[in-house]
Each structure stands twice: as C-alpha cells, then as structure tokens.
Design a protein around this ligand. Structure first.
Ligand SMILES: [Zn+2]
Ligand SMILES: [Zn+2]
Ligand SMILES: [Zn+2]
Length: 275
C-alpha cells in the first residue's frame, strides 16, 4: 500500500495565513519541510482522504498525481480544514467537461447531510455518488477494505479515523487524523487487530493547551505504546505524525529530533511511503 502525504499541517496551515510567530517566520524563510498544506493523504493513487481548502494548490503542487481523475474521496469529519466541499462544484460538466466517471464520496451520515445542503447552492448538478460509512463496519472502497473507527475530536459530530487494509497483501494502516485520546470503545475495537503502520495527528506538539480533541507529542508517544501493548503494532512499525501546527512550538527538524527517540517520524508534505 502506498501513501502520499498531500498535506501535513493543522487547520490554518504552516506558515499560517495570518500569523508571524517564530515557527511561521522560520517556515516562511526556509520553506521545504516546514511548509505545510492542510492535512490529507492519497492512498494507492486511488483513494483520497479529506478535501482541504488547499485542494487546488495540491493539484498544482503534485502534477504527477492523478488527483483530477479521483474516483474515491473519504471524509473524516466536517471541520473546514478537511471539508472544503464547496470545491466539489467544480466537478460539474461546465468545469470538468472531460471527466468520465462520477466521484464517490464516503463519510458519516452527518457529513453527507451537510454536503447535500451545500450542493443545493451549486451552479449545476455534479456527478457525485454518496456512500455512508458506519463506525466499526468495513466497506469496500476501490480495492481497499476501509474500517472507520470513532475518533475523539468533536462533541457534536461522530468523527472518524480509518483502518485501510489492502486485501492482496493483508497490510493494514491506521490513519488517525483528527483525534484526541480514544474512548475505551475504540481502544477495545482495535485491541489485537494487527496494523503495519500508523499515521497519527500531533496537533498540539509540545504546547499545553488543555484541548482534548488533538494529541500532543507526549500523547502520541503514549498512543503508540498503547497500540504496541494492545498487540496492534510492532515496536519497529512505521509511526508517522501529521496535522502539525505552528502552535505546537517546533519547526520540522526540532520536532523530528524529539519524535525520533520515541519511535515516531514527523511527516512532511510530499512524503511518500510504502507499507
Ligand atoms: Zn484538522
Ligand atoms: Zn504561527
Ligand atoms: Zn478537526
């Protein structure tokens, strides 16, 4: 299974739109791995997870990826940095005359209801199909088996993380953005389920915010240890951090230096991994 990191930044990106803190100033000056689009991945060049407000910029930044021909788009939740669904209006024949197949979007009933309301304001109908996914129930999405698990992120909406399994290789990836520390229901579901890699959000970095809907660097380390203790992950399995915020207080290199001894690697935009 191949994963391409389209974006690895938190809600306002890095450097952020209206911020000139030390992390943003460093990112503006140095670019490279310190510059982060809003978070999303592309799995096996086929299944995209989340549509960020940087979706067009990502199409421009990665011309070799088949983003314009996308057939499957999964949503994790409806926060704006993952859910730029007004962009879906550009699927219509007037804007994409050569598209030959509908886009199938997947997510919770909550997300689909919001998308239906948004579509009502589109210029013309769009070729979209909707697939509702249910926490802890597996769906076939393209060639992958996709199992949503309940994240802990928003009180008024069921937010999802995803297990992706490639049937041909039986490799499994946990994609956990966005989430705080899981409720017992999710830990119980995951216990004993083997995964070969994990991508976990680290929206808080070393900041002490008290916000429970994201994970800090220390919490990510505990999250990894819990997956190892619960017989999900081996200690040498790849464990990547994403959804990085300038508010986390560290640039890429400094964060990676803290993450590495804890068995974790900080992802960056354009990173490609094979599981
Ligand atoms: Zn987010
Ligand atoms: Zn900043
Ligand atoms: Zn969110």
């Amino acid at each position: 299974m191949n994963v391409f990191f389209l974006g690895t930044g938190a809600a306002e990106g890095v450097p952020a739109l209206f911020c000139n803190c030390a992390v943003c100033a460093f990112a503006r000056a140095h670019g490279g791995r310190d510059k982060r689009f809003r978070t999303g991945i592309l799995v096996d060049n086929t299944v995209r997870v989340d549509l960020s407000p940087d979706a067009l910029a990502q199409v421009h930044a990665y011309p070799d990826l088949p983003l314009c021909d996308l057939k499957h788009l999964l949503f994790t939740h409806s926060h704006d940095d993952h859910f730029a669904v007004r962009e879906l209006q550009y699927l219509s024949p007037n804007f994409a005359p050569e598209r030959d197949a509908p886009l199938k979007i997947w997510g919770t009933d909550y997300c689909m209801q919001h998308i239906r309301v948004t579509m009502g304001r589109f210029f013309e109908p769009v070729p979209l199909k909707m697939g509702v996914v249910t926490p802890f129930e597996t769906s076939a999405v393209a060639h992958l088996h996709v199992t949503p698990v309940l994240a802990r992120h928003k009180v008024d909406e069921p937010c999802l993380n995803y297990l992706f399994t490639e049937p041909a290789t039986q490799k499994t990836l946990l994609y956990a953005s966005d989430t705080g520390w899981y409720a017992e229901e999710t830990w119980a579901f995951l216990r004993g389920r083997r995964m070969d890699a994990a991508i976990v959000e680290c929206g808080l970095g070393i900041a002490e915010s008290g916000y429970e809907g994201h994970l800090s660097l220390d919490e990510c380390a505990r999250f990894r240890q819990k997956l190892i203790a619960d017989d999900c992950l081996s200690p040498d399995a790849p464990f990547y951090l994403t959804h990085i915020s300038h508010r986390g207080g560290l640039n890429h290199q400094a964060m990676n230096e803290r993450a590495a001894p804890l068995g974790m690697t900080v992802a960056y935009d354009g990173l490609q991994i094979t599981i």
